[in-house]
Design a binder for this molecule. Structure first.
Ligand code: SF4
Length: 446
């Protein structure tokens, strides 16, 4: 259970020595209670207090890393129910299922799709993060063969071994030594054996329960067996159940500090109909899933789910911004076109992408507008003639360009006269309102 600031204060040395960087022990205690400081800042705290505070200050949902290397996925560590309270921390992983009853060629094909699933959106790399290998056949040898194919064809991708047979799990998980896979399928009848496999191979234990009560009993037992890293499946499969269970789990962990449910959640949501699957997956993304298991990869589905995940896991209190500066796109010459826009990430990436598409080397001035888009920044007084003129003058760009022509977004055509007045010697040209018209605009200029 989380401790209050006063409860924490009682455990501190109370010397107000300031070594922690806070004026008093009470101020430090308040910061600890809000999770805005860490206990290691106080060098004088007693071992007993460290133990009590360490437990209390641990994140309510255990941080766990799935996979290893540059494709590893962090899960858990969440501290809030709603993203307007605080940013959600670790975006959920999307996993794709292969079955050991599929042909080798089919499994290889899925691996290839996973390896090529990465897209770049507003500067972030987004991809299918993991592969679930399901022991559909019930045959340990077939599971191992399928796992070998995945290990060879999707090297580096995080893996979830899905079987209730501990021996089959052991043979498959050996192929992913050191890469922190999940061994999923622990239940009331095989928990001891599956826990042994997970511990022996430093894997995450995936618990498959029928309902929340059984789930919390099983996680407690697994913990008692020495398993630290767990992902939980409550058995929910319908969207309504998933929302109910995932919400109850998150509430219990965060509001009540209920440790048996303080682990990342895995949801299996495979559907025959891809649209239906995408809709259920979007419920999981919004409502607290850490791993969403899909049946297939289609470009439209991946892009929609990646964009949703990205939006939900950005900080709503901090607009996504890029650095204020003059970017070169291609290798512009002194007389190449020169655009200006605001520093909202999406605006920058869309405008720069369209300039790239045009194949015309250009300069793009990106002005700090506190992450607002063009019209919003103009309305908020952050993208005005005075500020634009000052930015252009301060940038020293007039030493680099010969044409002294600045192309402004069509949405702020109204500023053209005022900018010309404030930037003597410059010609102000009104560009397109929408970025997708930039290639045609540049083509028309010749
Ligand atoms: S370092 Fe420890 S003892 Fe000193 S003021 Fe901070 S909390 Fe108190």
């Amino acid at each position: 259970m989380a401790l209050s600031g006063v409860e924490i204060f009682k455990l501190l040395p109370k010397t107000n020595c300031k070594k922690c960087g806070h004026p008093t022990c009470l101020a430090f205690a308040m910061k600890l209670a809000q999770r805005q400081a860490t206990l290691d800042l106080c060098p004088d705290v007693s071992e007993e207090a460290k133990k009590k505070l360490g437990e209390a200050s641990a994140p309510p949902i255990r941080p766990i890393t799935l996979g290893a290397g540059d494709k590893a996925v962090k899960m858990g560590e969440e501290t809030v129910l709603f993203r307007h309270d605080k940013k959600f921390v670790n975006p959920c992983a999307f996993a794709i299922e292969v079955k050991d009853t599929q042909s080798e060629a089919d499994i290889e094909s899925v691996c290839a799709q996973v390896m090529h699933s990465e897209i770049d959106r507003v500067g972030q790399k987004l991809r299918i993060d993991a592969i679930v290998i399901t022991n559909e056949s019930g045959d340990a040898g077939k599971l191992e063969t399928a796992a070998k194919t995945v290990a060879a064809k999707a090297a580096g991708v995080a893996v979830i071994i899905n079987t209730t047979n501990a021996q089959a799990a052991e043979a498959a998980v050996k192929l992913f030594a050191g890469s922190h896979p999940v061994v999923y399928g622990a239940n009331a009848s095989n928990l001891d054996a599956m826990a042994s496999v997970a511990k022996a191979h430093k894997a995450i234990l995936g618990i498959a329960a029928s309902g929340l009560e059984e789930l919390s009993e099983l996680t407690e037992k697994a913990k008692g067996l020495g398993v630290e890293d767990i992902v939980m499946d409550s058995g929910a499969r319908k969207a309504k159940e998933i929302i109910e269970h995932n919400t109850l789990i998150r509430r219990a962990a965060i509001k009540k500090g209920f440790k048996p449910l303080g682990y990342p959640v895995i949801n299996f949501i495979q559907r025959g109909d891809s649209m239906h699957e995408a809709l259920v997956a979007s419920v999981c993304v919004a409502k607290y899933s850490s791993i969403v298991v899909l049946s297939s990869i289609e470009k439209w589905k991946s892009v929609a789910l990646f964009a949703l995940r990205q939006n939900i896991y950005t900080d709503p209190q901090v607009p996504m911004q890029v650095e204020q500066k003059i970017y070169k796109i291609g290798e512009p010459k002194a007389d190449s076109p020169f655009f200006i826009t605001t520093n909202f990430s999406l605006t920058y990436f869309i405008v720069s992408g369209e300039i790239e598409n045009s194949k015309v080397p250009c300069r793009l001035a990106v002005m700090d507008s506190e992450g607002l888009s063009v019209l919003t920044a103009w309305a908020a007084g952050k993208f005005t003639a005075t500020k634009i003129a000052q930015f252009i003058n301060d940038s020293g760009i007039d030493q680099e360009v010969s044409a002294k022509e600045l192309i402004i977004p069509g949405y702020v055509a109204i500023l053209s006269g005022a900018i010309e007045e404030k930037l003597p010697g410059w010609k102000i040209t009104v560009g397109p309102r929408e970025a997708n018209a930039i290639p045609a605009f540049l083509k028309a200029r010749g």
